[in-house]
Design a protein. Structure first.
Length: 149
């Protein structure tokens, strides 16, 4: 079986750095690259009896799938997306990435995502994954010339 690298992405500079690193590592080792974007649908503000709720959920998944495809295209280039497995999964980011990487050889995440507290060195998702890893975890730091969003 081919080695598998799972990389978690959002639209942050940290996730883009992680995807670039994972892409180079997959190319160097011949590993299969699986790019995962985890999204959370917070429907608490919508009336629970609203018949449009299923459409909101479908719309959220569609937006998440477009985001992961766009980030892969922008970071890895226009020819790479066909060779890269891409997935958008609803759930808690750390738990979902941990589950996605259970059979992987490596999990790659950025040091900071879209959350608050921009001054923190390690984001909550990367910290949770590093503390309870499903496999070896690489936390990719931002390059000196990349400024956080």
């Amino acid at each position: 079986m081919t080695d598998t690298i799972v990389v978690g992405v959002d639209d942050s500079a940290g996730a883009r750095a992680a995807l670039a690193w994972a892409g180079r590592q997959a190319a160097a080792t011949g590993a299969h690259l699986k790019v995962v974007h985890v999204f959370e649908l917070n429907l608490a503000w919508i009336d629970a009896y609203d018949p449009e709720i299923p459409q909101w959920a479908d719309r959220g998944r569609e937006i998440a799938e477009r985001l992961v495809a766009r980030v892969v295209h922008e970071v890895l280039g226009p020819s790479e997306p066909d060779a890269v497995e891409q997935e958008a999964i609803e759930g808690d980011p750390a738990q979902t990435l941990r589950a996605a990487a259970l059979d992987a050889d490596l999990l790659v995440v950025g040091c900071r995502g879209r959350g608050g507290f921009a001054g923190l060195l390690l984001g909550s998702v990367s910290q949770r994954l590093a503390q309870h890893p499903p496999c070896p975890v690489v936390v990719v730091p931002l390059a000196e010339d990349v400024k956080p969003d």
